[in-house]
Design a protein around this ligand. Structure first.
Ligand code: DGY
Length: 320
């Protein structure tokens, strides 16, 4: 008999076909993310769970799963899962690292340019037939080349962002709880600085940290005060790293020049004030959303799941 698995949301067809060969799956079919209660109701008899970063897999969910062996998260971040609780019960947890690094770094740069060169605003202007001819001061933005880039969180994605910055001859500074080895600092042409120094000296600040109790509101109201008036803040990591309300207020007062957000504190809700501001570009958490990458993520999660169900050591086990 094939092991029973719950898939919390429709994933790409290729990954479903692969899973069909190995497991007997049930999918939450509603055209929205399932509620915690819905997951609880369906998980009781399942041995495997393939879930998304939008699913809260906390103690209550874990307690209701009587036969669960593995939780395969289809994301590199796994802050949606109570790892300690899973560990207590001997349930394996896996993620999808590596495959989305380049795609997310690309989107970071797309956001940097969108904000710096005011692309969405200029697009709206053109569609509204407001373009009456070339003007010297039409949609003046910010230069990127030669500026100072501050990277918060110098993991895989932060490093990929740094490599791209070298083409723009940028000065690169970074802040991370763990300093890179000297050879790596040389490779990424990145200088380690304390967070406050990064915030007060970078022209573009980009967040690539993981969400942990320590990084929750790392960019607090006080830290936002340190950012230069002419600077741009980008967040493609996790929303709760930034105090979103304080950021919106700072943008409204033009205390910061602009921001680009792909993630939010209370997804899918977005701080109301942000929605009416022109100096922020808002995306719906699409950092890794290329077809190729999302397929790799889904296949990786599916393989991790099957390895765990077979009693093998999954390729991408997260540290307990
Ligand atoms: C992740 O994988 O954690 C991203 O946020 C979505 O790709």
């Amino acid at each position: 008999m094939k092991p029973k698995v719950l898939i919390t949301r429709k994933i790409l067809a290729e990954a479903l076909d692969y899973l069909k060969e190995h497991v007997d799956y049930e999918i939450c079919t509603a055209d929205r993310n399932p509620t915690k209660q819905e997951i609880i109701e369906k998980i009781a008899d399942k041995e495997g769970l393939l879930c998304l970063l939008t699913d809260t897999i906390d103690k209550e969910v874990i307690d209701s799963a009587r036969s669960l062996k593995i939780i395969a998260n289809c994301a590199v971040g796994y802050d949606n899962i109570d790892i300690k609780e899973a560990k207590k019960r001997g349930i394996l947890v896996t993620n999808t690292p590596g495959v989305l690094t380049e795609t997310t770094a690309d989107l970071t740069w797309a956001l940097i340019f969108a904000v710096a060169r005011r692309i969405p605003e200029a697009d709206r202007f053109t569609r509204e037939k407001k373009f009456r001819g070339w003007e010297l001061d039409l949609f003046l933005g910010k230069e990127i080349t030669g500026k100072c880039l501050g990277i918060i969180g110098m993991g895989r994605i932060g490093k990929a962002v740094a490599l791209r910055a070298q083409s723009f001859r940028m000065k690169i500074i970074y802040s991370d709880p763990q300093r890179l080895a000297p050879e790596e600092e040389k490779k990424y042409k990145a200088t380690f600085v304390p967070l406050d120094e990064l915030l007060s000296s970078a022209d573009i600040i980009t967040i690539h940290a993981t969400l942990t109790p320590e990084s929750l509101h790392l960019i607090s109201r006080e830290k936002i005060q340190l950012i230069q008036k002419d600077a741009i803040l980008i967040n493609v990591a996790r929303g709760p790293i930034v105090d979103e309300k304080s950021l919106a207020e700072a943008l409204e007062r033009n205390q910061i020049w602009g921001a680009g957000l792909d993630v939010y504190e209370r997804e899918p809700d977005v701080e109301d004030k942000l929605l009416s501001l022109e100096n922020v570009v808002l995306l719906p958490h699409i950092g890794s959303a290329s077809y190729e990458t999302r397929l790799k993520m889904a296949m990786m999660a599916a393989r991790n799941l099957i390895q765990g169900l077979r009693g093998e050591h999954p390729d991408n086990l997260v540290p307990w």
